[in-house]
Design a protein around this ligand. Structure first.
Ligand SMILES: [Zn+2]
Length: 308
C-alpha cells in the first residue's frame, strides 16, 4: 500500500470509530493533491483533510476520536514542519517581545533542550518554569538555523506528574564568544549577599558596603546552540593575565572602571574556546576555560620572545 493510501485509511478509520462514514476516494484525492502537488507535509495534509471532513459532516471536534502525533525525543527533532508530541520540562521562560507570542523559552528532556514558542492564537493556559508537561501535537520549525517547536491551536498542553530529567549538568562546549554583556568587567558586589551592585546599590540591601570583583557574562555559540556563560575572576585572569589587581590598575590609569570592560572585550570577543561548566537555571557557570588554539599561541609567543 502506498503512503497516501495508508494515510487515507487512517482518516477513514478515525471517522468510522467516531461513528461517521466517509468517502475514501475523495480523501485519497485530496491528500494526494496536498502532498504531491502542493508539497504540504503529511501531518499538515492529514489535518487539513480531517478539518475539511469535520466541517462537511458537521462533526464536533470533541466527538472525533483523538489521534495524537507520535511521541518524540528532543534529540530526534531534525526536520521542520512535522507534527510531534513531546514530554518535557520547562527549563526557562523568556520575555516575549511579540504580541503574537504568548510564551517563549526552553524546554528539555533527557536528550536535549529546545526552544519553544506558544502562539497567542493557540489560547493555552501558561506553563511554569520547572514543571513537566506533555506537549501534544506541536509543530517543529527551524529559525535562524536552529530547531524549535511551536504550540498552536491544535496543540494540547497537559501537566505531567512525571519527573523528566534534563541532560547532564556538566557540559563541555567548544565555540566562539560572540557577546559580552554590559554588567561585566570590574564590578562591585554587596558585602552581605554578594549580589552585583547597580550604581552602587544592592537590589536587596540598598546602599551598602561593597567589594570589587571581576567577571564576564557572555554568550558562546558552538554553531548549534547559544550558551549564556559566566566567567569568574580566575577564568578571566587565566585567559588574559588581568586579575582583580590588574583590573583596578587599568581603571585607575584611565580614571574609568569601564575601561576594564573595553580591554577585556578587545582581548576575548570573537575568539574560540574550549570550556567546561555546570548548567544552571540559565547560565553555564564556567569552571575551566582555555583558548582553543592555546598551544599554537604559546608556541607563537615563545618564538616571538626568542627573536625579540
Ligand atoms: Zn546585598
Amino acid at each position: 500500500m502506498d503512503r497516501i493510501s495508508e494515510l487515507t485509511e487512517q482518516i477513514v478509520e478515525r471517522f468510522k470509530t467516531s461513528g461517521y462514514d466517509v468517502n475514501s476516494k475523495e480523501i485519497y484525492k485530496r491528500l494526494k493533491l496536498l502532498i504531491d502537488e502542493f508539497k504540504v507535509p503529511e501531518g499538515e495534509a492529514v489535518r487539513t483533510v480531517t478539518n475539511y471532513l469535520m466541517k462537511e459532516l458537521d462533526v464536533p471536534r470533541e466527538q472525533l476520536v483523538a489521534v495524537e502525533s507520535p511521541l518524540t525525543k528532543i534529540a530526534e527533532i531534525k526536520t521542520p514542519g512535522e507534527w510531534i508530541s513531546l514530554k518535557a520540562r520547562v527549563v526557562q521562560l523568556w520575555d516575549s517581545s511579540s504580541p503574537n507570542v504568548s510564551q517563549v523559552g526552553l524546554i528539555g528532556d533527557e536528550t536535549g533542550i529546545i526552544k519553544f514558542v506558544v502562539w497567542s492564537k493557540a489560547n493555552k493556559p501558561p506553563v511554569e518554569e520547572g514543571k513537566c508537561y506533555l506537549f501534544a501535537n506541536v509543530v517543529t520549525d527551524s529559525f535562524g538555523g536552529r530547531m524549535q517547536v511551536n504550540v498552536n491551536r491544535n496543540s494540547r498542553i497537559e501537566e505531567l506528574d512525571e519527573d523528566i530529567q534534563l541532560p547532564p549538568r556538566e557540559l563541555e562546549v567548544v565555540g566562539a564568544l560572540i557577546a559580552i554583556q554590559q554588567n561585566s568587567g570590574l564590578i562591585r558586589r554587596c558585602r552581605i549577599c554578594n549580589r552585583v551592585l547597580t550604581k552602587d546599590v544592592c537590589p536587596i540591601h540598598g546602599k551598602t558596603e561593597a567589594y570589587d570583583d571581576l567577571r564576564i557574562k557572555g554568550v558562546v555559540d558552538d554553531g548549534e546552540n547559544y550558551y549564556e556563560v559566566i566567567l569568574n575572576e580566575e577564568n578571566v585572569r587565566e585567559l588574559t593575565g588581568i586579575g582583580i589587581e590588574e583590573a583596578k590598575a587599568i581603571a585607575m590609569e584611565n580614571l574609568d572602571r569601564n575601561s576594564v570592560l573595553s580591554e577585556l572585550k578587545s582581548r576575548l570577543l570573537g575568539r574560540y574556546y574550549r570550556l567546561k561548566g555546570n548548567r544552571g537555571e540559565r547560565y553555564l557557570i564556567v569552571n575551566d576555560i582555555e583558548f582553543l588554539n592555546m598551544d599554537l599561541e604559546k608556541e607563537a609567543g615563545s618564538l616571538l620572545g626568542r627573536f625579540e
